[in-house]
Ligand binder design. Structure first.
Ligand code: SF4
Length: 362
C-alpha cells in the first residue's frame, strides 16, 4: 500500500486518489464590513448590488459551466445606514431577506448557492437554509491572543467564542458547512492544534462539516499586515498533516490551488492529505485578486502526472444530498444538478479513477 492510500482517499470517492473541485462563480452583494482585520484587502464601503447585477453574474457563471455561486460579503452589513435605506427602498425586510431573494434567483438560473457572510445566529441560519445548498465561514483561529494582535485587534467578530458559536449554530440547523484555518496570522502550533480539535469536536457532535480549508495568509499592500511574511511551504504541509491527523476521516482537507502557486507546493500538500481544491472560478479571486486560478484542465493534467484524478463536485458533498440536510426547496435542484455532474458535467471526472499514485510523500 502506498503512503498516499495510507493517508486516505477522498471520503466521497472511495479509495481512489481523487481530488475534488467545484466550478463556481462569486457574487459579492457588497464589500462593506464593520470590521477591519489586519490582513484584509476586501473590505471597503460599497452600495448593495441589485438583483439585476446578481442575475448578470449568474448568467456569466452558467455560460462558463459553473454549478455553484459563492455569495460572499463582509460582516455587519445591516450596520450601514445607506444599505438599510437601499433594502427598504427595494422592499426587503433586512439583509437576510435580500440574500434569500438572491439565492432564489441563483437557483432559477441553474446555480446552487453557497453563502459565506461571516458570523450568523441560529435564527439567521434558519432563515437562509431554505434557499441555499451549503454555507461556510472561516474559523481562522481559536487564539484569543490574536484579538490584541494586528490580525484581529479591530475585528471583534473574529473572537473564537463568536466563531465557534456560529459553527455550532450551523450544526444545530443542519447546514452542510465549510470552515477553515488562516495560517500565518500570528498563531502558534498549539493554536492550530486547538482550532482543528475544536472543529473535530463540533463535527463529532453535529456531523455537518464538509471540509476544512487550510488557507495561507497572503500579505496585501496597504493593509496593517502588509510587511508580515506569509507561511512557508513546510508550515502549510505540517498544518495539512495535523488537520488530517486531527479531523474525522469524512472531513475533507481543502487547499486553494491559486494560493499555492507552485506545482511542487500543490503536490506536497496533496501528499500531506489535502483532497479538495475548493471553488475554481472563471473570474478573478475577489479576496486575492493577484492570485488567479489556472484552468481545471491545467490542474487535471498536473494531478494526472502525480497519479491523482480531478473530479468535479457540487458545493454540497454527496453524503449531504439528502432531505435531512437540504430544504424541500433546494433538494430537487441539487438532485437535478447531481445527475448532470455524474453524467459528465465537465468530462474531467470521467477519467480513470483508482490510479496507483506514482508520487510518494516528501
Ligand atoms: S471580517 Fe472579513 S471582510 Fe471584514 S475585515 Fe475581516 S476579513 Fe475583511
Amino acid at each position: 500500500m502506498t503512503a498516499n492510500i495510507q493517508l486516505g482517499g477522498h471520503p466521497d470517492l472511495g479509495e481512489s486518489v481523487g481530488v475534488t473541485y467545484s466550478r463556481s462563480i462569486t457574487f459579492i452583494p457588497t464589500y462593506s464590513c464593520v470590521f477591519a482585520c489586519g490582513y484584509c484587502a476586501f473590505a471597503r464601503p460599497t452600495p448593495l448590488a441589485g438583483l439585476e447585477e446578481a442575475a448578470a453574474c449568474f448568467i456569466r457563471g452558467v455560460q462558463a459551466g459553473c454549478h455553484e455561486v459563492l455569495i460572499m460579503s463582509g460582516e455587519g452589513v445591516m450596520a450601514f445606514p445607506s444599505i438599510r435605506q437601499q433594502l427598504t427602498q427595494w422592499g426587503f425586510q433586512d439583509y437576510n431577506d435580500y440574500l434569500s431573494a438572491v439565492c432564489r434567483l441563483a437557483l432559477d438560473h441553474g446555480l446552487l448557492p453557497h453563502i459565506n457572510i461571516g458570523n450568523q445566529s441560529e435564527l439567521d441560519f434558519r432563515r437562509l437554509r431554505p434557499f441555499c445548498a451549503s454555507m461556510g465561514m472561516m474559523l481562522e483561529t481559536t487564539s484569543v491572543a490574536l484579538m490584541r494582535h494586528p490580525a484581529h485587534r479591530h475585528a471583534p467578530g473574529k473572537h473564537p467564542q463568536a466563531r465557534l458559536a456560529t459553527l455550532a449554530a450551523a450544526g444545530r440547523v443542519r447546514v452542510p458547512f465549510t470552515t477553515g484555518l488562516l495560517v500565518g496570522i500570528g498563531e502558534t502550533w498549539a493554536d492550530r492544534q486547538a482550532a482543528l480539535s475544536a472543529v473535530a469536536t463540533l463535527h463529532r457532535q453535529y456531523g455537518h462539516i464538509q471540509e476544512v480549508i487550510i488557507q495561507p495568509f497572503t500579505p496585501h499592500p496597504r493593509t496593517a499586515m502588509a510587511a508580515y511574511p506569509g507561511p512557508d511551504l513546510s508550515t502549510l504541509v505540517k498544518t495539512v498533516r495535523m488537520a488530517r491527523d486531527t479531523l474525522p476521516p469524512d472531513v475533507v482537507i481543502q487547499i486553494p490551488p491559486n494560493l499555492t502557486p507552485s506545482a511542487e507546493a500543490r503536490r506536497q500538500l496533496l501528499l500531506a492529505g489535502a483532497r479538495d481544491f475548493g471553488g475554481i472560478s472563471p473570474e478573478p479571486d475577489h479576496i486575492n485578486p493577484d492570485e488567479p486560478w489556472l484552468s481545471p484542465e491545467h490542474y487535471a493534467a498536473e494531478l494526472a502526472e502525480w497519479g491523482f484524478v480531478l473530479h468535479l463536485r457540487l458545493p454540497v458533498y454527496p453524503r449531504f444530498q439528502t432531505p435531512q440536510w437540504l430544504s424541500p426547496t433546494v433538494y430537487p435542484y441539487v438532485c437535478a444538478k447531481s445527475a448532470t455532474v455524474t453524467n459528465g458535467g465537465n468530462g474531467l471526472q470521467e477519467q480513470a479513477s483508482g490510479v496507483v499514485p506514482r508520487s510518494q510523500p516528501g
